[in-house]
Design a protein around this ligand. Sequence first.
Ligand code: ZN
Length: 137
Amino acid sequence: MTYKIEKTEDEWKALLASKGAEPGAFQITRHAATERPFTGKYEAVWDDGSYHCICCGAKLFDSDTKFDAGCGWPSFDKAVPGAIKDIRDTSHGMVRTETVCAECGAHLGHVFEDGPTDTGLRYCMNSASLDFHAGKK
Ligand SMILES: [Zn+2]
């Protein structure tokens, strides 16, 4: 699979370090690892702003789509149109839908069809994959 933004592993590591990303960000975004629940810095952030890909900066979510799913990861009911690519994930003996950044392929988390709002979606994201920009737009 190819993306508009492609870098080597060393380039991603250097970029994430320069952005002050969380220690697990490289393994999560480039190797589909999952952070432990209730450990991410954005899990309980409710400020106005937008959430961007930690790797390439693409805008993924508005803060008004974030909700408390009680699962320990930042959860959203709607993504910015076209910002996220869904991939069928059959790892760990489950069929899930993995979500990656459409621009750079960064692993973000999974999306489930059991959301509590009218979109019916629950984007369960790794906090370490996100970069919060405060303020409206
Ligand atoms: Zn990205």
